[in-house]
Design a protein. Structure first.
Length: 288
């Protein structure tokens, strides 16, 4: 991920279809067969695994066929496939899998297409404050070295700038600069709000997924009997490392303020510091 204390910038990340392609997609509509559908579009480490496991008796999956999805997203970003090819991939996969619940952090990169081809679908954006999310995503990569395809996708999302001197601990750990992770956090949320009509978007904080389960089900057209909270606490990181303690407090706060506004204060007005998010405790309470 890093070399010589710097991060190589691969290219500027773009989430979703380019503006001209989105206009063309809307002018040439394709519709999937109508049925109750729920797409989870939250960033990873915001409870996406929990959300996918919240329903029973429905065809549900977490990050289904992720490698093929990533290859298609990166292919579109690099110009190897056009928007028609990307839409054809999305439609064929949907028809073949027949999912009622499709939850994946990758879905936000397809969200323009999903909104158009599935006008009956509801979308859930799970959100987590930037401090605890950053702590979680860094620990995720420390604990589980990515495969080649996920490594390429991490570079697509997080490789932005060189590490400043305050982030030498991230360099030593082979992690990207804070700016890469935090600017992605903002861009992901910004795209979800921009792409999904308000009446079709459900925004749920990670710690509220269980409490909001019936409301989510109702918005998606599922019966309350399909809600199952029994697996809510299964997805935890058993080996959290205090990686953020290696970063000066002031630098961490400044980077969050610089890259995560206005969504940080809008969605988490009570969290203004890592201590507010419980980061100093470093308890094993990480949810996927």
């Amino acid at each position: 991920m890093t070399s010589g204390g710097t991060t190589a910038v691969v290219h500027d990340m773009h989430i979703g279809l380019r503006p001209d392609d989105l206009a063309a997609c809307r002018a040439d509509p394709v519709r999937l067969a109508a049925r109750p559908r729920l797409y989870g579009i939250g960033p990873g480490k915001t409870g996406t695994n929990v959300l996918a496991s919240t329903f029973t008796g429905l065809a549900a999956a977490h990050e289904p066929e992720a490698a093929a999805v990533i290859e298609s997203i990166l292919g579109y970003a690099a110009g190897r496939i056009d928007w028609r090819g990307l839409r054809a991939f999305v439609a064929e996969r949907d028809r073949r899998l027949g999912l009622a619940v499709d939850v994946s952090n990758l879905n936000v990169f397809l969200v323009d297409i999903l909104v158009e081809v599935s006008p009956d679908a509801a979308f859930v954006l799970t959100v987590r404050d930037p401090y605890s999310w950053l702590d979680s995503i860094l620990n995720h990569y420390l604990r589980r070295p990515p495969t080649a395809v996920w490594r390429a996708f991490a570079e697509h999302r997080f490789a932005r700038e060189q590490h400043p001197p305050e982030e030498s601990g991230l360099v030593a750990a082979g992690l990207f600069p804070l700016a890469g992770y935090l600017s992605y956090w903002r861009a992901h949320i910004q795209k979800a709000f921009a792409a999904v009509p308000a009446e079709r978007l459900i925004v749920v904080r990670t710690d509220r997924i269980a409490a909001e389960a019936e409301r989510i089900a109702a918005r998606a057209g599922f019966a309350a009997a399909h809600v199952d909270r029994s697996r809510i606490n299964e997805y935890r990181n058993p080996d959290k490392r205090p990686i953020l303690r290696q970063i000066p407090h002031g630098h961490l706060v400044e980077q969050v303020r610089r890259h995560c506004e206005p969504f940080a204060s809008r969605l988490f007005p009570e969290i203004r510091s890592p201590e507010d998010a419980g980061i100093a405790l470093h308890e094993s309470a990480d949810r996927s």
